[in-house]
Design a binder for this molecule. Sequence first.
Ligand code: IMP
Length: 194
Amino acid sequence: MNDIVFATNNAHKLEEARSIVGNRFRIRSLSEIGCHDDIPETADTLEGNALIKARWVKERYGYDCFADDTGLMVDALGGAPGVYSARYAGPECDSAANVRKLLGELDGKEDRKAHFATAVALINGDEEHVFVGKVDGSIACEPHGSGGFGYDPVFVPDETGVSFAEMAPEAKNMVSHRGRAIRLMVGFLDSFGK
Ligand code: IMP
């Protein structure tokens, strides 16, 4: 396998994935294959949404590809925002609004434990595989750092004690949910010589 499409146009995710994959194969974005579709994410699981996106690309554009879906699960909120993390503060919301809402919901709560999980769905020829990565941590009381994206300024992995947004991209990749899921996929592809 020399080329694979990552079903995203998120520049941060593309950079993270390219740095993990190195020169094993080339990762192309959705816009690089001429896909500007607003792919529906209608499943109620991360695995389901990742598969919807990967199948969309394979069926309509014909490329082998992988797609990810991520959720932030907060213990004190019963696992919310979970699979709805992207739209937590409303259908048109941005990351700043999501972070504000999250901090508001946790205001005064002592238990700030949370984890990120990512499902990566790979379609390689006629085979489908799903890889899951997870990182445990906690939600800070206020944003810290300027790197990354999404909930990074308020998510503090247990392993590092500083927020994802305060970590260098390579350091985030080493412990992150998506880094772990993508490394599982790369290990799988390597072991089958693909
Ligand atoms: P999606 O899987 O890209 O739809 O992500 C769901 C939500 O989680 C969005 O609000 C993203 O901004 C956020 N998100 C996804 N990955 C990360 C991450 O690595 N760090 C922080 N937030 C993330």
